[in-house]
Write a protein that binds this ligand. Structure first.
Ligand SMILES: Cc1cc2nc3c(=O)[nH]c(=O)nc-3n(C[C@H](O)[C@H](O)[C@H](O)COP(=O)(O)O)c2cc1C
Length: 367
């Protein structure tokens, strides 16, 4: 039986839900708003949308993406709504981050900084499923055409992140179009793998061997989500390492520690990260750096501060092949997805590009 309140919501609006009810959400915490959105998405309250503009199609990581705008990791941490969000227009979704043992400390704090369109978050361990718990949920969506990446990370108290991550792979790789090793969290041991050539080679070699055994017919590509805060010289070394050990791409970038202008933090809030509009400029510059350093040989998924089709287009011109969204869904609602996709197509046309692929890295090619 249909939930009468949801039926009413559906009748009142299928397009303008956020503009009508957004003022209520503004009083709540981001984690609550996310839970509520997931509840609505599961009930298909929102209108569906399918992009038919072929110029937005992107072929990368061995798959053909309907359009380059996808969901960032951490939003659909229980594999519940990725297909609903693709039904509303997203070109793909990243699930997880899943870990081997999960986090025993169930603590996550999130806060809106509305004037800045930012979200502040602090995690003690990933709040998400273990890879064993995620596996049957991923299996259930097998056969769906929507493309998904799966993000893997270490447990908060992991002593050997390489071992943990490699052990996670067999239970999720058969259901992933790409895998991401999340080494972006500066508090975790995993981030140190990037500074150690032998460890990174060991991780990639073992991960690729396990992927080949788990999915022999179409081994999924392996990407790394990199931290925000790496000095330029270290980035050059990192790119060389990634290329030499066979990493297939980068997710740029991990959490931003920089406090956005106008935000005043209480002492208790230190140790957290920012997402949302103010991180966009930094992420754009980072993408340019990685694109330049790798000479376009490491395809990039951009994450951070994408709040419009124009923002997505900027990331693509900076060198990203795909972009991800998170905060904008909490600020503008999932019904904003089609607007972003259409705006991206307009930007592309206005600059005379026939395809996204022609626009990737255009800012650097021009220089
Ligand atoms: C509450 C919260 C939880 C997140 N959890 C994860 C996670 O589990 N794994 C991950 O790789 N990124 C995680 N992220 C980072 C997002 O994937 C994304 O990189 C970040 O939100 C920046 O994008 P945005 O500005 O569009 O929000 C999380 C972000 C937030 C706000």
């Amino acid at each position: 039986m249909q939930n009468p309140i949801l039926s009413l919501i559906r009748k009142v609006t299928r397009k303008d839900f956020f503009s009508l009810f957004g003022f209520v959400f503004k009083m709540l915490s981001p984690s609550f708003v996310k839970k509520f959105l997931i509840f609505l998405l599961k009930d298909r309250v929102f209108e569906s949308y399918e992009n038919t503009d072929q110029s937005l199609r992107v072929d990368v990581f061995g798959s053909s993406f309907n359009n380059p705008i996808g969901l960032a990791a951490g939003f659909d941490d229980e594999v519940e709504v990725v297909d609903e969000l693709c039904h509303m227009g997203l070109g793909f979704g990243e699930l997880g981050t899943f870990t081997l043992r999960g986090s025993e400390e169930n603590f996550q704090s999130t806060k809106f900084f509305r004037k800045q369109s930012a979200i502040f978050y602090r995690n003690n361990g990933y709040h998400n499923l273990t890879c064993k718990q995620a596996s049957p949920k991923l299996a259930l969506r097998r056969g769906k055409k929507n493309l998904v990446g799966v993000s893997l990370g270490e447990d908060q108290h992991s002593k050997d992140p390489v071992e943990d991550i490699v052990k996670c792979i067999p239970s999720v790789a058969p259901y992933a179009d790409y895998l991401v090793v999340n080494l972006s969290c500066p508090d975790y041991l995993g981030a140190k793998i990037l500074q150690n050539e032998l460890k990174l080679h060991d991780l990639v070699k073992r991960a690729k061997e396990v992927i080949k055994i788990a999915v022999p017919l179409k081994p999924c590509p392996l990407l790394v989500k990199v931290p925000y805060d790496i000095p330029v010289d270290a980035k050059r070394v990192l790119v060389e390492r990634c290329l030499s050990c066979g990493i297939d791409g980068l997710v740029v970038s991990g959490p931003l520690l920089k406090v956005p202008e106008g935000v005043i933090l209480r002492e208790a809030d230190y140790g957290g990260f920012f997402a949302g509009q103010p991180v966009g400029e930094d992420v754009n510059n980072l993408i340019k750096e990685y694109y330049y350093l790798s000479n376009g040989r490491l395809p990039i998924i951009a994450t951070g501060g994408v709040f419009s089709g124009k923002d997505a287009y900027k990331r693509i011109r900076a060198g990203a092949s795909l972009v991800q969204v998170y905060s904008v869904l909490l600020y503008k609602g999932p019904e904003y997805i089609p607007t972003m996709i259409k705006e991206l197509a307009e930007c592309l046309k206005a600059d005379g590009f026939n395809s996204i692929e022609d626009a990737i890295g255009a800012d650097l090619k021009k220089a």
